[in-house]
Design a binder for this molecule. Structure first.
Ligand SMILES: NC(=O)C1=CN([C@@H]2O[C@H](COP(=O)(O)OP(=O)(O)OC[C@H]3O[C@@H](n4cnc5c(N)ncnc54)[C@H](OP(=O)(O)O)[C@@H]3O)[C@@H](O)[C@H]2O)C=CC1
Ligand SMILES: N[C@@H](CC=O)C(=O)O
Ligand code: NA
Length: 433
C-alpha cells in the first residue's frame, strides 16, 4: 500500500485557489514523485457556499466555517489564498498552533506580519512559505533565498505588479483609457479585491518590502518603502515618453550601498530598449544584482490563476519535502542584519519634469538659472507650444542629482512667476541611479 496522501485545506477558492486545485489534479504524478506522497485537497473555506464554480473544484468539500479546516486533525497543510490581513492572520496563527504548515499568496499579510508568523511557525516546528506573494509565477523568493544564497545582493529592481503593468501597456500601445483597462484587469483576475492597492503602488511596495527583507536579510517594513502609484499618469505623459524614446513602468527598486538601504516604488521612465521596457501586460520581471554573480534577470507572469497557483503548489512540494526530512525552512528567512536606511541626499537619480510656462522672453533663462543654482544640469530639453495662448510646455530630463536637491528645486520651480504648473514629474532610470 502507498503512503498516506498529504491532506490540504484551502482558505479561499477564487482565482488562485481554483488554479491550485487544477494543478494538484493535473500534475498529481509529478507531485507525488517529487514529494514521495500523493496530495489531496480535502476542503476549502469560501464566503458564498452557493456560488457557481468551475467543475475542476467539484471534488473539494466547501465550508464557510474556518474551524472545519483549522480543527481538522487530518489536515497537514493549510493553503491561504483568500486575502485579508487581521482575521486571516488570526486564522493562520491558529493553524500554526495546530501544527499545520502554511503556504500563502498573501503579500499584504506577509509584508506586515511575516516576521511574527515565521517566528511562531519556527517555535511550533512548521513551515510558512509564500513564493506566490511576490511576482506571481516567477520563483523569485526561492531564487533569492536558495539560488543566490551564496551571494550578497546589492540591488533588486523590477516590475512586480501585473495589474499596473497591464494598464500602462494597454494605455500606451492601444491608446485606451485608464478606467477601461483597469476594469479588464479586474475581469481577468489580476487585480486585488480592492484594486486601490494595485494602482496606488501599495501592492508593489509590499512585494518590495518582502524582497528587500529576504534579499538584504534585514527587516524592511511597508512604511520604509517610498511609494507613488500610477493614478495620476496621463495619456499625455505617455505620449511625451514615446517622443523621447522612453517607456513608463511602475518600477520597484531596493538598493544596498555600504550597508544602507533604499526601497521605493514609483512610475519610472526607462529607455525603450531597456529590458524592463519590453515587459508587457501582466508580466513581471526582476533584476537581481549580486556582488559575486553580477546581474541576473527573472521574467514571467506576475498574476493570474495558473501561474500564481504554480508558485503555491511548488511551495507545497517544499513543505512536503521538509516533512519527509523532518526539518523546516525558517533559517533562510530570518533576517541577519538591522535595516538602516539612506537619507534623501544619498539617493541618486535622474528626473523627468513637465512644466506649463508662460511663453515669453526670460522664461527659459529664469528656469535654467534656477537649475544652475542647484547644480542640476539637463540631459534633454523640449519646448512645445500649448493650445492656450502665450503658454508653452517644457519637458526636462535632468542629469543625475539627489532627492534632497530635487525636492528643494521642485519647490522653488513651482514658485517661479513664469511657471504656471508642474504638470508631472517622474524618476528616470538609465543613468547612474
Ligand atoms: N489573482 C492573482 O493573480 C494573485 C493573487 N494573489 C493573492 O492571492 C490571494 C487570493 O487572490 P484571488 O484568488 O485573486 O482572490 P479571489 O477574490 O478570486 O478569491 C478569494 C477567495 O477567498 C474566499 N474568501 C474571501 N474572503 C473570505 C472570508 N472572509 N471568508 C471565507 N472565504 C473568503 C472567496 O470566497 P467566494 O469564492 O465564496 O467569494 C474566494 O473563494 C490574495 O491574497 C491575493 O493578493 C497573489 C498573487 C497573484
Ligand atoms: N494584484 C496583483 C496580483 C499578484 O500579486 C498584481 O496585479 O500583480
Ligand atoms: Na513568485
Amino acid at each position: 500500500m502507498g503512503e498516506r496522501a498529504i491532506q490540504v485545506g484551502l482558505l479561499g477558492l477564487g482565482t488562485v485557489g481554483t488554479g491550485v486545485v487544477s494543478i494538484v489534479e493535473r500534475h498529481q504524478n509529478e507531485l507525488a514523485h517529487q514529494a514521495g506522497r500523493p496530495v489531496a485537497i480535502k476542503k476549502a473555506l469560501v464566503k458564498q457556499i452557493d456560488k457557481v464554480r468551475g467543475s475542476e473544484v467539484n471534488g473539494v468539500e466547501l465550508t464557510t466555517n474556518p474551524e472545519d479546516i483549522l480543527d481538522d486533525p487530518d489536515l497537514d497543510v493549510v493553503i491561504e489564498v483568500m486575502g485579508g490581513v487581521s482575521e486571516t492572520k488570526q486564522l493562520l496563527e491558529k493553524a500554526i498552533r495546530q501544527k499545520k504548515h502554511i503556504v500563502t499568496a498573501n503579500k499584504d499579510l506577509m509584508a506586515e506580519w511575516g516576521a511574527s508568523l515565521l517566528a511562531l511557525a519556527a517555535e511550533q516546528g512548521v513551515d510558512v512559505y509564500y513564493e506566490a506573494s511576490v511576482a506571481g509565477g516567477i520563483p523569485i523568493l526561492r531564487t533569492i533565498t536558495e539560488g543566490l544564497s551564496a551571494d550578497r545582493i546589492t540591488k533588486m529592481m523590477g516590475i512586480v505588479n501585473g495589474t499596473t503593468n497591464y494598464i500602462l501597456t494597454k494605455m500606451s500601445q492601444e491608446n485606451r483609457s485608464y478606467e477601461d483597462v483597469l476594469k479588464e484587469a479586474q475581469e481577468l483576475g489580476f487585480a486585488e479585491a480592492d484594486p486601490t492597492a494595485d494602482v496606488e503602488g501599495l501592492d508593489a511596495a509590499r512585494k518590495m518590502a518582502i524582497l528587500a527583507t529576504l534579499g538584504f536579510s534585514a527587516p524592511v517594513q511597508l512604511s520604509d518603502v517610498a511609494v507613488k502609484g500610477i493614478t495620476n499618469v496621463s495619456g499625455k505623459d505617455l505620449h511625451f515618453c514615446e517622443q523621447l524614446g522612453l517607456t513608463m513602468k511602475l518600477i520597484g527598486v531596493a538598493k544596498r550601498d555600504e550597508g544602507r538601504l533604499e526601497v521605493c516604488v514609483e512610475p519610472t521612465l526607462l529607455p525603450s530598449d531597456h529590458p524592463l521596457a519590453s515587459v508587457q501586460n501582466e508580466y513581471n520581471a526582476v533584476f537581481v544584482h549580486g556582488e559575486a554573480v553580477g546581474e541576473t534577470m527573472f521574467y514571467g507572469p506576475g498574476a493570474g490563476s495558473l501561474p500564481t497557483a504554480t508558485a503555491v503548489v511548488s511551495d507545497l512540494v517544499s513543505v512536503m519535502k521538509n516533512m519527509r526530512h523532518r526539518v523546516n525552512g525558517y533559517a533562510a528567512m530570518k533576517p541577519l542584519y538591522e535595516a538602516v536606511f539612506k537619507e534623501e541626499q544619498e539617493k541618486q537619480s535622474q528626473f523627468f519634469i513637465r512644466l506649463h510656462v508662460e511663453d515669453r522672453t526670460g522664461t527659459f533663462s529664469s528656469i535654467t538659472s534656477l537649475f544652475a543654482r542647484y547644480d542640476v544640469s539637463f540631459e534633454k530639453l523640449l519646448q512645445l507650444p500649448l493650445e492656450e495662448e502665450q503658454m508653452a510646455e517644457i519637458v526636462i530630463i535632468t542629469h543625475v542629482t539627489n532627492r534632497a536637491v530635487y525636492k528643494e528645486l521642485m519647490e522653488e520651480l513651482e514658485q517661479l512667476d513664469v511657471v504656471k504648473t508642474i504638470a508631472s514629474s517622474y524618476r528616470v532610470e538609465g543613468g547612474k541611479g
